[in-house]
Design a protein around this ligand. Structure first.
Ligand code: BG6
Length: 483
């Protein structure tokens, strides 16, 4: 569609997310001609920077992380950048006046307020914007995660933001929804004929959703002690992958139709409560191994506290969806820091053939890899060449996006920012989705909070604690590990 001129105001504009993800993504949009010539990016922070200081900072810290093949394009990009210092919650109104001055007379532009700041600031910032008269009918607000730390806090934030912005103006980001493979999942399921008939409990034994990371949490203890893997990764990213895997076919590729189907999946999740939490969930925390420090010894953070000792850096959960399609099919979710590999994938494990006439077959498996290398693999049984007895061998039918398509695979944030600027919320979470996800997470958090035991230790660089393997092992299953 046409590219509208927009003013993008980023709170937390000099922060890590902005420098590592948002600004590089915006540069890519600019380079590919997806920003109108007048579009501006206004970074808000406490930093006291002039526009020129901020441009210098971006030139020094961002330029090397993006491909600058035309210096004129880079200069054009820098020219879009502005900086406004705000005294958050303070008496000094100068910053808000400065912002109002920059935006004055530009009411016909799209206006995007991107809150890449801590969630407790979401409500206050929205109120400030409204009081300063800056919220126009063409305004949108983008909320970064974490959206609260439990259901009540999420509801409070949603109420506060909802008092200023209509739901259709609110874009809640989950960057996993911007990943190429995730969007491909819908195309794979709903633009091909052969999968959907077998996409159910008759043919599928179980599903595994893994987001394994090699990184630890250096310097992040302040945040991570109060988040943990369940809030940081499962409540949002992993549950989003689960909904897209499990949802019913929507009637059209439409913002509400897709989100309606997703929320039904979340509502059908079987609650895990009380003593079941022990049976169906696993918590782990990495300990030092070789050169790798344990969670409690990560450098550059505040000293560990009781919360540090109790926080999970790994979790595995056996989820169930109570509906006609999925009854009896476990969905295993797993994520952890300091695992031996960085790999995010959805593995759909099919059942055995109903009646086997060859020895040695193994059931089909479909692997959707989000990273490191986006791709889809279907493991089929084939006959090994030879004149002797028939020998079966699993062979992958593989689609590598990198090898199949010449176009660059965009970063998730590029896709999502493009959608925000175009006003398309399909890949953003609706209020009822976020709250349904918390509703399922909260009882697990409650049970963990009062559990006498600490998370199970696992050495840094391993695939998690023994409990994670038992979670599948006791029903004769195993995690799909790198082959
Ligand atoms: C973020 C989490 O949402 O996702 C981080 O806060 C995590 O802890 C990151 O490292 C993982 O994102 P990706 O795109 O690298 O898989």
């Amino acid at each position: 569609g046409p590219v509208h001129t927009a003013d993008l105001v980023v709170f937390g504009g000099t922060g890590d997310l902005s420098l590592r993800k948002l600004l590089p993504a915006l540069y890519h949009c600019d380079r590919d001609g997806r920003l109108s010539p007048e579009t501006r990016v206004i970074a808000m922070s406490r930093g006291g920077l002039a526009d020129s200081d901020f441009r210098g900072k971006v030139d020094a810290e961002v330029r090397d992380s993006v491909p600058v093949d035309d210096p004129a394009v880079w200069q054009r990009f820098l020219g879009r950048l502005h900086h406004v210092s705000v005294d958050v919650g303070g008496a000094d109104r100068t910053g808000w006046h400065h912002l109002a001055g920059l935006l004055a007379g530009q009411e016909d532009r799209d206006r995007v307020f991107y809150l890449a700041s801590p969630p407790r600031t979401f409500g206050p910032f929205c109120r400030e914007l409204a009081e300063a008269g800056l919220v126009t009918p063409r305004s949108r607000v983008v909320l970064e995660k974490p959206l609260g730390h439990d259901l009540p806090s999420a509801q409070r934030i949603n109420d506060e933001v909802g008092a200023i912005f209509d739901e259709r103006q609110i874009f809640r980001i989950d960057h996993y929804l911007g990943k190429e493979t995730v969007q491909n999942l819908l195309v794979l399921r709903f633009a091909n004929a052969f999968l959907e008939p077998v996409w159910n409990s008759l043919w599928i034994d179980h599903v595994q959703i893994t987001a394994a990371e090699t990184v630890g949490t250096p310097g992040r203890r302040g945040y991570y002690d109060h988040a943990g893997a369940l809030r940081d990764m499962v409540q949002n990213h992993l549950l989003q992958l689960l909904t897209l895997t499990a949802m019913e076919p929507p009637a059209q590729n439409d913002r509400e139709a897709i989100r309606d189907e997703k929320v039904k999946v979340l509502q059908a999740l079987r609650p895990i409560t009380g003593s079941e939490v022990d049976r169906f969930t696993v918590r782990g925390q990495y300990t030092g191994a070789g050169d790798l420090p344990g969670y409690l010894d990560e450098p550059g953070s505040t000293p560990p506290t009781e919360s540090s000792r109790r926080v999970e850096t790994f979790t595995a959960i056996r989820a169930e969806i109570r509906n006609w399609r999925w009854a009896g099919v476990p969905f295993y979710l797993r994520t952890g820091k300091r695992m031996p590999y960085r790999r995010s994938e959805i593995v759909v494990q099919f059942k055995d053939v109903p009646h086997s006439i060859f020895p040695g077959g193994s059931p089909n498996r479909l692997v959707l890899r989000l990273q490191p290398e986006e791709g889809i693999e279907l493991h089929l049984m084939a006959k090994e060449p030879g004149a002797g007895e028939v020998t079966l061998k699993p062979v992958p039918m593989a689609l590598s996006f990198g090898k199949t398509f010449t176009a660059r695979v965009p970063e998730a944030y590029e896709r999502l920012l493009t959608d925000v600027l175009a006003g398309n919320p399909t890949l953003f979470m609706r209020r009822d989705e976020v709250e349904a996800a918390w509703r399922w997470i909260d009882p697990i958090l409650d049970a963990w909070r009062s559990a006498p035991a600490l998370p199970e230790p696992y050495p840094a660089g391993t695939t998690g604690p023994a409990g994670a393997h038992e979670l599948l092992g006791r029903s004769g299953r195993a995690w799909h590990e790198e082959e």
